[in-house]
Each structure stands twice: as structure tokens, then as C-alpha cells.
Design a protein around this ligand. Sequence first.
Ligand SMILES: [Cu+2]
Length: 552
Amino acid sequence: MIGRQFLFVALFMMSIGGLMAMLMRLDLAWPDTQFSFLSILPQSLQNDSAITANTYNAEFTMHATIMIFFVIMPILVGCFGNFLIPLMLGARDMAFPKLNMLSFWVSAGAGVLMMASFWVPGGPAAAGWTSYAPLSAVPIYTGVDWGQNLWCMSLIVLGVGSLMGAINYITTVINMRTKGMTFFRMPLVIWSLFITAILLLLALPVLTTALALLLFDRMGGTHFFLPPGGGEPLLWQHLFWFFGHPEVYIMILPGMGIASELIATFSRKPIFGYRAMAYAMASIAFLSWVVWGHHMFQSGMDPALGTGFMLTTMVIGVPSAIKTFNWLGTLYKGDIHYTAAMLNALSFVAMFVIGGLSGIFMACTPVDMYIHDTYFIVAHIHYVLFGGSLFAVFGAIAYWFPKMFGRMMNETLGKVHFWITFVAFNCTFFPMHILGMGGHMRRIYNPTQYDFLKPLEPINMFISISAFVLGAAQLLLLANIIWSLVRGEKASENPWHANTLEWSAPSPPRHGNWPGPVPVVYRGPYEYSSPESAEDYLPQWQPAEPATAAAD
Ligand SMILES: [Cu+2]
């Protein structure tokens, strides 16, 4: 199963990306200390066992690149997209199974290229995950030569892999739905993956093109982004963020879909405002194309244009609020089951709200001028991508693990993992808002160089210790996955008493998904606590007749 392959590769990459984060926090809490154990790292990541400015630049660049492109996207889209789309739509496989396999191997190749950059002379890319030109375009500016080239090549290759995936998802959703599965009977997670695939299809080619131009500047002597040759550095920012903002929604929309499934199942209630939820995701996706300038308020743009971008950005708050209130409406008076999966889904909603609210601060041009390029931004992005996307991933793993591997995960260990992660996450990222308000720049390897930042050093130390706890807690997740794979209790077909089609297939599903004929769909996906059913759920594949006959 391609979904499982994506999951394991992404979990491996998560440990590498996490290691980068731990190294950064080590440096920020104790900037002047030398740690002899760092000598086990590749040469590119150490310099006489102390973290230097160059090494630090490489660390935050690779941390963000790996987490975004090789962890969150492969898990949410690669793993759960591949696993859930055919199962939840009643298809035996994706529309193009071979293209699907190719997409995985091409993406894995991109990962190999990215990892290889740790061992080339000059070390890996160090111009930030946004790789702003001209910093990224001229090797001597960062001291990185092949590292940055490989970074560009890897992401170009990954772009091709994702494109193949996106085409496959879109085609499967349009063409492969089983009898009775109309668009408005699709589970919301499928809606979210469908919309995400459309965003991927349209956004990634922009990045791929920009990367090719950057590579030409670096290796071919062109000057697309270089002012001395008549180039324009701002062109990079426009291209990058025209891709970059939809990219943010590529990483959060599937999380919203996952949260919707989990919250409905574990509240035993229909999703409040199902159609509004689907339309809200579509409008978030549409609006994501007209807000990219909010990353560039400081680039000297016309204030009128800035105000335009400020307004379009604020409008995104409307569909996001619709979704939030609908989740709350679903929970209201529900029979809530606090499973490990549900705890993670609830935390997704709460953390997404905090990240969303700090986003509104940044959307305001005057406020953004103050907090631009500070730790406030770092706090915001981690509330959205860790508090949002990753908690959704943890919830999704807990919820679909039984279907994927045929065994239940350990609930106690899952809850312990959740609570430690939840507390350590907030201790790590909430104080970053305070650092940012205090003027602490992001991407600085030794804050003690500035007198005005010295009083903030205790906060940095607190954050680092919390971050180590947060990192260590992820070992519990890994342990739970490995333990459950071997020793977990055997899962029945429908352990959560859920309504969607994947729960009518064997756990784990064999090739072709259903041993008999594909199920036919009779109703929407969220008919929990239905008066038509003696039990508190009414699966999509159950015909109405027998139940009503029994009631008569
Ligand atoms: Cu944005």
C-alpha cells in the first residue's frame, strides 16, 4: 500500500527535521557552550563542536524544508490521500495505480537528493526555506554551493511527484465514486483532499518554475533575480509566495477534513452545517490565490496595494470562523468520547484558533511592520503547522491505524503522548509570541549579541527545555506505532462505529479493498444518533429498508 510507504518515510524524515529543531534550540539556549557530542553529526552541521552562524542557517533552512515538504505534505496528502480516497469513495484503487507508485518513488528520490546535501562541501542550503534571492542566487552570499543547487533540484523533482499525485487524486474523486456517492455525500476529509489536490496542481508548477529560474541564475549565468544583470529580486518573492500561500492551505485543509471526521464520530453527532463546511473549504482555497502580498508588506509595495492584500487576507477569517463554529456546533450536546484520536482533533481546533488569531495580527499592515521577521511569526507558523497540521496527523494516525494495519493502537500510551505533547507544545511556542513582541529576530543564532535581547534569554532557555520535552515525547508515538504493529489488539472492521465506507472493508483492506462487490451508498456520511436506527449510527452502506421495517 502506497499510503503506508508514505507514512513510514515521512516519520523517518520527521525525526531528521526534529533533530534540526533540537540543534537550534540547543544553540539558542546556550549560544556560547560547546557540546562535544555534536561531533557525531555530518561535518556540514558542526564546527569544532560548536554551532556557528553558518551551521545555524543550514539548520533552520533544512528544518523547515524537511518538515513542510517531506513530513506534513507526504503524511497528509501522500499517506492519507492515497489510503482514504479510494476506500471512502468505494473505489477498488486510485484511477492511475501505476502513476501513483511512480509519484511515491519520484518523491522518495527528491528526499534522497535533499538528504545528500548534508554531505556535500559547503553543507546544505542555508538561505531559509523561502530562499529569497539574491541571497539564494549567489553562492558566496551564504557560502553554500552544491547544497543550494541540490535543494532546488530536490524540490523540482518533488514538484513533479506531487503533480502526478494531484492529477491522480482529482481524477479518482471525479470518476471513481461508487453508486450513490454523490459529491454532497462525500466525507469532508475527501472534500478537503480534493480541494487540496486542485491547489497542488495549480500552485506547485509556480514553485517549480521559480526554482528552475533560480537554478539558471546559480549555474547558468542568467540574472532573473540579480539586479547587477538587470534582474529583479522581488520577482522571486512574488513567485514564491504565489505558491507559498496556497501551500499553507495545502498543509491545513486536510487537517480540517480529518478533524471533521474525528469530531463527528466521537461526538456521535452529524457535522453541523455539512454543506457550509465544504463551501468554506472551497472559498478558503479560492481566497488563498489573492493574499500572497501579505508576506511582502515590508518590500516597499504601494500602501494601497498593501491595504488590498490586508483586506483579502482578513476575509479568509470568515470561512475559517464558519468552520470553527461548525465544529463547536457539532460538539454541542454531543456524546463526546475522549479517545486519543479525539483529544488530538480537539487540540487541532483549539490550536488552529490561536494560530488563526495571531494571523489576523500579521494581516494588519501597521501591526505587521512591528512584528515582521520576529519570533511572533515563528510562533504563528508553529501554531498552524504543529498545533494544526501535526495534531491532525496524530489524530488521523490514532483513528485510521486499525484500518491501515489491522491492529488497535495503545490508548493509554496515546493519551500520555497527547498530554505531554500538548503541554510541551504550548510551553515551547506560546512564549515565542512574547519574544517576538520584545523584538527578538527570527533566524538569529546568537541573540546575546544584542544587549536589548539579553533579558529575554531566560525565555529562550525555557523554550529550549520545553522543546526537548516535546521532541522526546514523539518517541512515545514511535514506540506506540511499533508496539501496536506487533502486539496491538486485533481490530474489527468498524472499531469506532463510524459511518463512512472505509469501515465496511476488512482491516487491513486487501488488494481491491472489498472481497465482495463494492458497497453502494444510500446516505450522507454523518448520520450519527439517527432516529432511523436502533444503534447510534447509520452507515453509508446500509440500505434504509431493513431498519425501517424493523421499526414498524
Ligand atoms: Cu500567506
